[in-house]
Design a protein. Structure first.
Length: 95
């Protein structure tokens, strides 16, 4: 795993912990975020925070319940955005 991937994972994890008000609890990569209190509203806030913090626009195809189920799913969507993958119309993601 490269340092940029680790950095994205760390940022995503921190933002999840903030959005879900975990306090001192640490979220694990495969924790089910919906079972831990994620709602559609917190999910939207999380998505916007991630896009702002990492300077990416998550692909529309990745904006779904399954992507936001765990840290690993969100990081995979971020990596697709960073690589310009997963965008159906062929447009590149913002840098």
């Amino acid at each position: 795993m490269t340092s940029s991937q680790q950095s994205a994972r760390d940022i995503v994890t921190r933002l999840i912990e903030e959005q879900l008000n975990f306090g001192s609890r640490e979220v694990k990569p495969d924790d089910d975020l919906w079972n831990l209190g994620m709602t559609s509203l917190t999910c939207m806030g999380l998505m916007l925070d991630i896009e702002d913090a990492l300077g990416v626009e998550l692909p529309v195809e990745r904006l779904n319940h399954a992507t936001f189920a765990c840290v690993n799913g969100i990081v995979a969507a971020v990596e697709c955005a960073q690589e310009g993958l997963g965008i159906a119309d062929g447009a590149s993601s913002r840098a």
